[in-house]
Design a protein around this ligand. Structure first.
Ligand SMILES: [Cu+2]
Length: 419
């Protein structure tokens, strides 16, 4: 019992991470979040020196004492024996996302032979190129989406009812096109994560061949009449929307080729050259590559009123959103306070101005809004407080919280956080 103040209580380090879910799990993106470490049951008089590092075979993390993208793989902290917490920042290491739930562990290791004093598993949850997903990642995404559809009677019906000809003015043909779809994807992704928290929405990089995507194991292959065929047991084998079984989609491009759309480099150039690039010009991407990607098929995805019946819609739009996020990063257009990050609505359309609330999450069903507002408020995330249940257009601009505050809780595998 010598030197042991409380029987059975060993000195250890508690890592206090933000945004834990109900099971105590932590999800990170590239955005640094504020965390704390403190000593419990200290022995000795001086501060306890610990080194933080991430271990694991999947994702990786970076640490810093300030909110920066210039984090390091390890961080030394002096933890006072008073037990007072010491602040640090932790983020996913760009380029090294997780592949499975909790595949990265943050360790606090003492000096010399003391060893690991505390640890916490985390998941670096990032939207990835669908072409590069592992079969396990792909199958978890498909299973969660199939559950959300629930054979046509699941929660997905609300998302189907949000994107119709009668609601199109909220989402298309003006400055709110990108923010509205960003909120739409985020709402859907959070519903998928409520089914399986390891899932992030993958994107279809439509300016490159994506042969892994257009298979019976993933997004389906059309038969002679354009009806998609899936492998045995595929969650989309029972896909049903609007009372109709199955998905109709036929590409006008070969499986090993890309559709005829503006390339990524061309798209990023639409807003004009640095340092004068403007959102008002970049938004032209709604026509090409966005519209061109839709019309590179016949079937549901070709038309606004039926496009959201097809799960590929959400991978197509994740790429549209990624291109916006990448343009924002390249040209430093993440601040809604900066005029060139957004543009005045053409014709002053409601829902397309920075200060406007967004339908249907605002619940408004009086003209000029649509007469329905399916789905209720925007799904909450345990990982972040943003954007709130009834977001405004403004809340969609700085998705990674480059300017501070809470991030939206998603990031792309090729768009870093950079302050
Ligand atoms: Cu749309």
């Amino acid at each position: 019992m010598y030197g042991s103040p409380i029987s059975g209580a060993r000195m250890n380090v508690e890592l206090i991470l933000p945004g834990l879910d109900a099971q105590g799990r932590c999800f990170l993106t590239w955005t640094p979040v504020e965390a704390r470490a403190r000593v419990l049951n200290p022995t000795g008089a001086g501060p306890v020196k610990v080194t933080l590092r991430g271990v694991g075979t999947g994702g990786a993390v970076r640490f810093a004492t300030i909110r920066t993208h210039l984090g390091t793989a390890t961080l030394q902290l002096d933890l006072p024996v008073s037990g007072a917490p010491v602040r640090f920042f932790v983020a996913g290491e760009f380029g090294r996302p997780s592949r499975a739930l909790g595949d990265t562990t943050i360790e606090a290791r003492g000096t010399g032979s003391i060893g690991v004093l505390g640890s916490k598993p985390v998941t670096v949850r990032i939207r990835k190129d669908a072409q590069t997903l592992t079969p396990a990642e792909r199958d978890r995404f498909l299973a969660a989406f199939g559950t959300l559809n629930g054979g046509g009677s699941g929660r997905f019906r609300d998302f189907r009812d949000m994107h119709l000809d009668t609601t199109s003015d909220e989402a298309h043909g003006n400055m709110g096109f990108l923010p509205w779809h960003r909120a739409y994807l985020l709402d859907l992704e959070r519903e998928l994560q409520a089914v399986d928290p390891s899932v992030a929405l993958p994107y279809w990089r439509f300016d490159r061949p994506a042969p892994n995507l257009f298979t019976q194991q993933f997004m389906g292959v059309p038969n002679s009449v354009g009806r998609l065929q899936f492998s045995a047991g595929h969650p989309f084998g029972t896909w049903r929307t609007d009372g109709q079984l199955g998905i109709v989609r036929r590409p006008s491009f070969p499986r090993n080729a890309a559709p005829s759309v503006l390339s990524e480099a061309q798209t990023l150039g639409l807003g004009g050259a640095a340092p004068n690039a403007t959102y008002g010009s970049f938004i032209g991407m709604e026509i090409d590559p966005h519209g061109s990607a839709h019309t590179s098929f016949t079937g549901f995805i070709r038309w606004i009123g039926t496009a959201a019946r097809d799960p590929l819609f959400f991978l197509l739009h994740a790429n549209v959103d990624r291109l916006w996020a990448k343009w924002q990063w390249v040209h430093k257009r993440t601040s809604p306070a900066l005029a060139r990050s957004f543009a005045p609505a053409i014709g002053n359309r409601i829902g397309h101005r920075l200060a406007d609330t967004m339908w249907p999450w605002n619940g408004v069903t009086t003209a000029p809004r649509p007469s329905t507002a399916p789905g209720g408020t925007l799904a909450a995330s345990p990982s972040t407080a943003a954007p709130g249940s009834q977001p405004r257009v403004r809340a969609m601009i700085d998705s990674q919280a480059v300017g501070g505050g809470a991030p939206l809780g998603f990031a792309y595998d090729d768009v870093p956080f950079e302050v």
